[in-house]
Design a protein around this ligand. Structure first.
Ligand code: IVH
Length: 710
């Protein structure tokens, strides 16, 4: 990855767009589906990179920037509740020095006299999900999840089933409005018992207690929530009509008096050394606690000081979370398997002696590529102290934060004498073709991934390609999943996507009918044929995505579909770009959002005769639905427009999108085909060329006068 300091503005804008989309996706998986696919550390890295780029290019900060929101966008399954006081998150400290810095920052901000003690609380950071409980006149009226920090989900009925949550506050000093906040969690032992039950019932098991708690709280049927032994610790508050105490510590003690559970490890301390001491104590007890914690939270105790300190963007200035280092486990790397994927990439997977890390059994870990196995990072620097990984090695494994397991290091002292360096295969083990590391034409860098050159003839690529073709966001054929893709390929019935659409016809003439094969019957075979029939009409972007062109994910497929509008248009443009130069090529790489890598991959894919013949056969059986036609009545419909110079009333992206919406094609350079050049201040050679060629030119005002407002 490029250093932020080396990014051009264009690259930065592109990356910010990518990061925004990616962070939203992971937010949804984490908060919406309670099924994250990356670790917390990796997620943090995405956010940090986004932040770093935004700091360098403040002009490029997007409307939908992830830095403007906390956590997920709210799912629609529950009613929404707008938090009167936003639910924010905490800044992190990763070592003692960060903690000392935090205390120093707080004191400087408050101009705290040297040598005078300043009290902080310290308490475990519970790894659950936060919940805001609103009491009016002591009666629980609503419970809301954090959601995106501003708006959460109304889970009142479910919260009422949690024993630790009083439905009525008892005792004294109860304000008229009192919103108590805290963490809903599931005990480790309850989690294991529940997962055991799920397994016995043949249901999917949860990854960890946190996700289970989240999944349990977000049930539409509150009797399911009631059947899960969720618990709750109160530690904070939101909207309050009158604060009953003046310190953090006293507030939480008040919660206890009203009937809440509070964490017994919370304490009040006078200096950094004492905070760290409490941190060590909690860390020592961590594994014997019956709930997951991932750090210790320090908070300024005096509430008047808290309010003076206030907030910076997403987090309070008066609190910090001191995170625990990731939990480690030691195991043996038994074997390295190489798997060929859809795009031919040879992916090494470490098979481990199963080991429990953070409550989850880990037995496979991706090793990314051969440099990673050799212990070399993408910048050429060593990535682990022990060097390369060998079969039989003793390794330490962690799940940084949560989800995806990784190898931290290898213990070379435990390596047997006979252990040999792992030799990464140079041929594909599926088809025997040479596997090579390509050189990137643009950067001249050698790719870290070795790829099978078998392409079309490689069974592994073919099967993976089939799986991709029928996947949910592509052709989404009911009853044709990964298992069926493998079986049909093995039976020689479906060797490529086009075969799917002739399956029924061939089956009718076949000696071994599908209905007589393993896993099928008359009903399921007919159902499958019907599902295939249903897909003879398919959205253009699904068709393009389904082809499985490298670097052409759903997003790029949509961009192609929107730009070229018909399959004929798309294919003609790819053909005309076969030399990677000329007008069609220029047009292609100027599609907003399409990078050169994806463009090259699409052209190369479609100029491969075998792949092309599959596409052609597919089109004999499948009709693509063109994307919604752009406005053809606009004055620029069908025209080729070029924007140049610095635009002042719209961004370059907006200009492109607007022109495309109006049915124009946006090109990057001026040629005989250009119909209109829109030139902002500072326009240079393109304006000159347009004038020379007699192309109509205008400025931004002229553009708006022509097409109307943005
Ligand atoms: S105080 C303004 N205390 O951590 C933030 N949060 O990263 C006030 N959490 O959303 C939060 N244990 O879900 C606080 N003892 C604790 C906590 C805690 C867990 C969670 C909470 C919050 C997140 C912030």
């Amino acid at each position: 990855m490029k250093d932020v300091m080396d990014l051009t503005a264009d690259e930065a804008a592109e990356e910010l767009a990518r990061l925004a989309a990616e962070i939203v996706k992971h937010d949804e998986r984490y908060h919406g589906d309670d099924a994250p696919t990356i670790s917390d550390a990796e997620y943090d890295a995405l956010r940090l990179r986004n932040k770093a780029i935004e700091e360098r290019f403040p002009d490029l900060i997007r409307e939908d920037s992830p830095s403007k929101s906390v956590g997920s966008t709210v799912q629609s399954k529950f009613e929404k509740i707008t938090h009167v006081v936003p639910m924010l998150s905490l800044d992190n400290a990763f070592n003692d020095e960060d903690v000392a810095d935090f205390v120093g920052r707080v004191k400087r901000f408050l101009k705290w006299p040297d040598g005078e003690a300043l009290a902080f609380t310290a308490e475990p950071k519970i790894d659950g999900l936060s919940l805001a409980l609103r009491y009016e006149n002591g009666k629980l009226v609503s419970a809301a999840t954090r959601g995106d920090g501003a708006v959460g989900e109304n889970v009142t009925a479910n919260a009422k089933t949690i024993q630790d949550i009083p439905q009525n506050l008892i005792g004294e000093n109860i304000p008229e409005v009192m919103e108590v906040r805290g963490e809903v969690y599931l005990g480790k032992s309850d989690f294991m018992a529940l997962n055991k039950r799920m397994e016995e019932e043949g249901k999917p098991v949860y990854v960890n207690p946190r996700n289970t708690a989240a999944g349990s709280l977000r049930q539409l049927d509150s009797s399911i929530t009631a059947s899960r032994p969720l618990k709750f610790f109160a530690y904070a508050w939101g909207d309050v009509s009158a604060l009953p105490s003046s310190s953090q510590f006293a507030m939480v003690e008040q919660f206890e008096a009203w009937g809440f559970s509070i964490n017994p490890l919370m304490g009040r301390f006078e200096n950094t050394a004492e905070l760290i001491e409490r941190y060590r104590l909690i860390e020592e007890q961590r594994s014997s606690l019956d709930y997951d914690i991932d750090g210790v939270v320090y908070k300024v105790d005096d509430l008047a000081l808290q309010s003076r300190l206030g907030f910076v963007s997403r987090s309070p200035r008066w609190a910090i979370a001191h995170k625990f280092p990731a939990e480690l486990a030691t195991t043996v790397l038994e074997k390295i398997d190489i798997v060929t994927g859809r795009t031919g990439a040879l992916s090494p997977v470490a098979r481990l002696t199963p080991v429990t890390v953070g409550g989850v059994v880990v037995s496979n870990v991706t090793l990314h590529n051969e440099d990673y196995i050799a212990g070399i990072g993408s910048n050429g620097e060593p990535i682990r102290a022990g060097g390369d990984l060998r079969e039989g090695d003793t390794v330490t494994v962690y799940r940084a934060g949560d989800v995806i397991p990784k190898i931290l290091d290898v213990d070379v002292s435990k390596r047997g004498d006979g252990a040999e360096r792992f030799e990464f295969p140079e041929v594909c083990n599926s088809c025997g073709s040479p596997a090579v590391r390509e050189t990137n034409e643009k950067s001249g860098k050698v790719d870290s991934v070795r790829r099978c050159t078998g392409g079309f003839i490689c069974p592994a690529q073919a099967v993976e390609g089939l799986k991709h073709f029928v996947s949910r966001n592509a052709f989404d054929i009911d009853g044709f999943g990964e298992k069926q893709a493998e079986a049909f390929y093995e039976w020689g019935m479906v060797m490529n996507p086009a075969d799917i659409f002739t399956l029924q016809e061939r089956d009718a003439r076949s000696l071994t009918r599908l209905e007589n094969r393993d896993g099928f019957g008359k009903t399921s075979a007919n159902k499958l044929f019907r599902a295939i029939q249903d897909r003879r009409l398919i959205d253009l972007h699904r068709f393009i995505f389904g082809l499985g062109i490298r670097h052409v994910g759903e997003g790029n497929a949509k961009l192609f579909a929107r730009h070229y509008q018909t399959i004929e248009g798309f294919l003609a443009a790819m053909d005309a770009s076969a030399t990677f130069e000329g007008e069609a090529w220029d047009e292609l790489i100027n599609i907003d959002g399409i990078g050169e890598t994806a463009a090259r991959a699409a052209v190369a894919f479609l100029s491969d005769p075998q792949r092309r013949s599959v596409v052609d056969s597919l089109l004999e059986n499948v009709t693509t639905v063109p994307v919604e036609q752009a406005d053809t009545s606009s004055p620029v419909a069908g025209k080729v427009v070029v924007f140049t110079g610095s635009l002042e009333k719209m961004t370059r992206d907006e200009a492109k999108a607007m022109a495309e919406r109006l049915g124009a094609k946006v090109a990057g350079s001026v040629s005989g085909k250009t119909d209109l050049l829109v030139a902002g201040p500072g326009a240079g050679s393109k304006l000159k060329k347009a004038v020379e060629l007699g192309v109509e030119t205008t400025d931004e005002d002229g553009w708006f006068a022509l097409v109307g407002p943005l």
